[in-house]
Design a protein around this ligand. Structure first.
Ligand code: ICS
Length: 472
């Protein structure tokens, strides 16, 4: 990228680090680096430095919000004080089909811990809550119990309660020990949830649909703004049978039958690579990473998927690409002249900071900095080749660092989360919320790209920015 060198990026990083006390500076320094283009160049998945404002979530968030919450035909109980359930209710926009209370249960269930539950234990209350949930919603296929911090701190045995209630109520009750204090971010919540799906769901139920050589599972798509619906339709269009979606708009029976598919297709590697590895080891199911953001990556991914199947699917892939290419070109022709050369700075969770790069590039934009809240080394390895060399890569960045980077790089768009949104808008910078798609979506697949392009144009080229002068 013009004007960005290894030295200029390092200098920017050093300047940001200057304000920290020595100990903090030493800890933060390895998490910030110019991209070398080939390797994981930053340290990651470490405890946040105390006193530094982090955008990370907790293990409970990774379990309730990310992995378990989107399974639509189950009741998901936030076990503990009321707040965790309340603040994790609906904000991620993992959409669900079905009828609320009948075939989907996207609502807040909480044991609403009080002082006496902390003192005397909450097991009795949990047992009662499980009975009530089953009584009120007899059509729910199962119940997950997602522990909040106090449950682990006081040593409640939710596993015993779940086991007993499952027997008495004749319904799967899955205990998930995802207390918020575990680990360093929501990432461990993903891992713990993958493990509980492995232990309590896979292969435990009968599933009537006959098997076909085209059975696949869509792993790591959470139907944010309808992403699963777009991705599923596209995979079906090339002739595959999407037997299960993990876990966006997910159904318990289908997820349980995933061990019978021929290939696992994984979009969000960070949150679900564990399950793909488990199913590979235990059932010999191969898996393939793919990327459905923007026509270039979609095309590349469809061809790679086609390679795993027979000529029929390969021919379908070419037909589908030929069908959508002109439609996507029309979108690019409309928006690219308005976005050409515009600079983007990205900061999201564990996948999108690398997976969305190609979609911006399809629109002629340049990504000049990217980073993750909670990615691991294997994510950064996958990030380096996607990003222009020498651009800044940041791990678990603080609000202060992001602000300083923005002052220096002067992006035309910041793509990050709700906690960042208003900071940057007050700086006069166009912003898109890249967790929940800012009340929009889907962004996945051919259905998603025209919406993505429109939204990015709307943010960057809004006349608002010429009417205000930011004091920051
Ligand atoms: Fe995966 Mo917000 Fe996904 Fe990723 Fe994950 Fe989270 Fe969201 Fe973000 C997520 S599962 S909730 S793609 S849908 S925890 S946007 S890593 S941080 S980049």
């Amino acid at each position: 990228v013009e004007g960005i060198t290894k030295e200029s990026t390092q200098e920017m990083i050093d300047k940001v680090l200057e304000v920290y006390p020595e100990k903090g500076r030493k800890k933060r320094a390895p998490h910030l680096a110019p991209n070398d283009g080939v390797s994981s160049c930053v340290k990651s998945n470490r405890k946040t430095v105390p006193g530094v404002m982090s955008a990370r979530g907790c293990a409970y968030a990774g379990a309730k919000g990310v992995v378990w919450g989107p399974i639509r035909d189950m009741v998901h109980i936030s076990h503990g004080p009321v707040g965790c359930g309340w603040y994790s209710w609906g904000t991620r926009r993992n959409l669900m089909s079905g009828i609320n209370g009948v075939t989907n249960f996207g609502m807040q269930f909480t044991s609403d811990f009080q002082e006496k539950d902390i003192v005397y234990g909450g097991d009795k209350k949990l047992k009662q809550l499980l009975e009530e949930a089953k009584g009120l919603f007899p059509l729910a296929k199962g119940i997950s119990v997602l522990s909040e911090c106090p449950v682990g701190l006081i040593g409640d045995d939710i596993n015993a309660v779940a086991k007993q209630s499952a027997k008495e109520l004749d319904i799967p009750v899955i205990p998930c020990n995802c207390e918020g204090f575990r680990g360093v971010s929501q990432s461990l919540g993903h891992h713990i949830s993958n493990d509980t799906i492995r232990d309590f769901i896979i292969g435990t139920r009968e599933f009537a649909e006959p098997e076909s050589p085209y059975d696949i599972a869509l792993i790591g798509d959470y139907n944010i703004g309808g992403d699963v619906w777009s991705a599923k339709a596209l995979l079906e269009e090339i002739g595959l049978n999407v037997k299960a979606t993990w876990t966006g708009d997910g159904e318990l029976d289908r997820i349980a039958a995933t061990h019978t598919v021929k290939l696992n297709l994984i979009h969000c590697y960070r949150s679900m690579n564990y399950m793909c590895r488990v199913m590979e080891e235990k059932y010999g199911i191969p898996w393939l990473e793919f990327n459905f953001f923007g026509p270039s990556k979609i095309k590349e991914s469809l061809r790679a998927i086609g390679e795993r199947f027979d000529d029929r699917i390969k021919e379908n892939v070419e037909k589908v690409i030929a069908k959508y290419d002109p439609i996507m070109q029309a979108v690019i022709d409309e928006y690219r002249p308005r976005l050409e050369g515009k600079k983007v700075m990205i900061y999201v969770g564990g996948l999108r900071p690398r997976h969305t790069v190609g979609a911006y590039e399809d629109l002629g934009m340049v990504v000049v900095g990217t980073g993750y809240e909670f990615a691991h080394g294997d994510d950064y390895e996958r990030t380096s080749p996607e990003m222009p060399v020498d651009t800044v890569i940041f791990d678990d960045a603080s609000e202060f660092e992001l602000e300083k980077f923005a002052h220096q790089i002067k992006p035309d768009l910041v793509a990050s989360g709700i906690k960042e949104k208003y900071v940057f808008q007050k700086m006069g910078l166009p912003f898109r919320q890249m967790h929940s798609w800012d009340y929009s979506g889907p962004y996945h697949g051919y259905q998603g790209f025209p919406i993505f392009a429109r939204d990015i144009d709307m943010a960057v080229n809004s006349p608002t920015w010429s009417l205000i002068k930011s004091p920051f």
